[in-house]
Design a protein around this ligand. Sequence first.
Ligand code: KG4
Ligand code: ZN
Length: 357
Amino acid sequence: MRILGIETSCDETSAAVVEETGDAARPWAIRSNVVASQVPIHREWGGVVPELASRQHIADICGVVERALDDAGTTWAGLDAVAVTQGPGLVGSLLVGVSFAKAAAAAAGLPLVAVHHLAGHVESLVLQNGELPRPAVVLVVSGGHTSLYLVEPPGHFQLLSRPREDAAGEAYDKVAKLLGLGYPGGPVIDRLARVGNDRAVALPTTRLTHVDRNAPALKGDLDFSFSGLKTAVLRYVRRRQQVAPQGSSPAFSDQEIADICASFQRVVVKVLIDRTFDAARRYQAKGIGIAGGVSANSRLRAELELHGKQREIPTFLPSVALSTDNAAMIAAAGLRKFRAGVTAAMDLNADAALAME
Ligand code: KG4
Ligand code: ZN
């Protein structure tokens, strides 16, 4: 069984071919995974411009899909299905992938499979490591999401927390913008933090204890919010600029910037790790995974491993390439659904706020 995956939810146009291996413990093999990043286009504007993103997806999608088929040494005739990200994401971007996938599936006479973007991120852990020991607690942490899931049967996700206000990746991007470090913020803060003092700036770790009125069924104490932390960095920067001696430049030295990055990153990683291990304890998880763009972060990766060893619980990460948006994870999640007999109708529509089933 072999599937083509298509991902266009944000600012990466990606197509991949993933195949079944026949080995239940390591079910998927990546045959190709082509990613055309739009970062250079959006960098100029300091963040993703949705209209530019959709236009670029249209320009890139045919070439990216052809390349994915070529790299995999296959053709449309060698495929069993087409999987596509239905949501969540930017609606204009999602529509390009969904429309392309529907047209391609209809033309090639292939079944269509709709994939939730976050189910794709969870599947990146299986692509990298094989099936996780279950129940597993998985944190998906990206530009738009900071969500904890309990994965009991594979492919089924119970939401344990909700992001309130800023997601972790968004906080990285906003803090980087504030410090004039450009877009996307994650990789540059990660790099500068390595030479900074992570105790130089005192920043708060907010813990939400109240129930979210929009999700009363969840207790709320595993929820994440990074907007307070982002505001604390903003206040620190403003205060420092105000006390700069008259006539002197309020700009920070490279070392001060590195110190702010390191202090911010220490708090983000602490909050993510603490809450994820709390959830693992509460739900008696046999394994912990962290996926999504922010799982590329070097400190988060190191601390996950360290805490897992200390608490004797196996931990899992995708490779750095599989952390950020890519179609291989969408193809794998699609293959799992297809195997379970779930396909989409030809009236499938993109859904910017799609809920995880
Ligand atoms: O999963 P992803 O590629 O797209 C979404 O689904 O949102 O995640 C993108 C996010 C961006 O906010 C980016 O700043 C962050 O992942 N990111 C990182 C790192 N690399 C990417 N954050 C922290 N450290 C990194 N090394
Ligand atoms: Zn993503």
